[in-house]
Each structure stands twice: as C-alpha cells, then as structure tokens.
Unconditional design. Structure first.
Length: 204
C-alpha cells in the first residue's frame, strides 16, 4: 500500500468527502459512469449533481470482474431504466468473438448509454484534467461520496503515482465516476415512478 503523502493523487481526508446517504431531491440531475473490464473489474458509479450548489455526489457503485454485459446490465437497470450512462473510448472497440461494438452490447441490454464517449465540453478527454477537476472539487467541498460506497473509498486510499505517473491499478470505480463527471452536462432529473425528465436544461 502506498504511504499517505506526495504519492497520493487525492491528498484529502476521507472525512472531508464522505457523507451519509440521503434521498436525492427530485430536481437534482443524475448520471452514471461505466468503466469496462474483464480481467480487471467492470465498474459503474451512479452520481447526482446539485446544480445550484455545483456539488457532485457519488451515490451508488457496482464492481464485478469476469462477467458479461447481460450480468452487468441486469445489476444496473434497477438504478433507473433511462439513466444516462457515460462511457470511455474503449467502448468503441469491437468484441473479438461477435464483432459487435462493446458500447452497443450494453445498449442492447437496455442501458441508455450516451451517443458519444466521455469528453469534456471542449471535446478533450485527458485523464489528468479529469483528476484535477475531481481534486479541486474535493478541496472545495463540491465532491461528496455516500458512506455506503465502501469499494470506492478502498480505491481512493490506494490511488497514487509512481515516478510521477498514475498507477493504473484498482481505479475502476474512480474512473467510472470521473467519466460521469466529465459528462455531467448530459445528466437528467429523475421524477416520480422512476421516469426520467429528458427535457432538463443543458448546463454548460
């Protein structure tokens, strides 16, 4: 385990970002993030954004390895059938067996993946920019994680750099929540009976 200090990517205390779960207000917008994987886990993060205060919340998580899109989608659909999902560039890759695009496989299982891969408003998708946004939000009280997201905090504690480079291990939930943050402009409000409001204003 890395020592606390300069090696950590997020040098903030858990107590400063941990929050007890609460019912998400109806006017808040929500979005999910996916990080595809097989040998390393597939991960998903459900997030809620208080646009008025500009506070981003990670509210629920899912992480599983060596399972198919059918299994993952079945676990995630109860979060909201029309919940928009942000996803990374490797979703454009095609399965070696079926030849079908990875993102398309999840759409076929009923998940509402966004039309394009995760990018910032300007079309870029740099990892460092996303991590910087997350860290600044943590430092200013605008990034919160429900205390029930135990595995997210496990990754948070271990996430570090070695020789100035990000160690890409055990970062699946961190990555999924970063994709959701990047695409927060596509988040939508969840209203009564699980229906989703897709007329919510676009936030720049």
């Amino acid at each position: 385990m890395p020592a606390l200090g300069s090696g950590r990517i997020f040098p903030v205390t858990e107590e400063s970002i941990r929050i007890d779960p609460f019912e998400i207000p109806k006017h808040w917008v929500q979005i999910g993030g996916l990080d595809f994987g097989w040998d390393h886990p597939f991960a998903a993060a459900g997030c809620a954004w208080d646009r008025d205060a500009d506070v981003f919340h990670v509210t629920k998580i899912y992480r599983e390895r060596e399972a198919t899109p059918i299994i993952h989608a079945a676990a995630l659909k109860p979060w909201g059938a029309a919940m928009p999902w942000a996803w990374p560039h490797d979703g454009l890759q095609h399965d070696k067996g079926s030849g079908e695009q990875l993102a398309a496989q999840y759409r076929a299982q009923g998940l509402a993946l966004l039309p394009e891969r995760a990018t910032f408003d300007d079309g870029t998708n740099g990892v460092e920019a996303g991590l910087s946004d997350m860290l600044q939000r943590m430092q200013t009280g605008r990034w919160k994680v429900f205390s029930t997201c135990t595995e997210w905090f496990e990754e948070f504690r271990l996430y570090h750099r070695k020789d100035g480079r990000i160690v890409k291990e055990r970062d699946d939930l961190i990555s999924a929540s970063r994709y959701a943050l990047m695409m927060k402009r596509h988040a939508r409000a969840n209203h009564v009976n699980g229906s989703w409001n897709f007329t919510a204003r676009k936030v720049l």
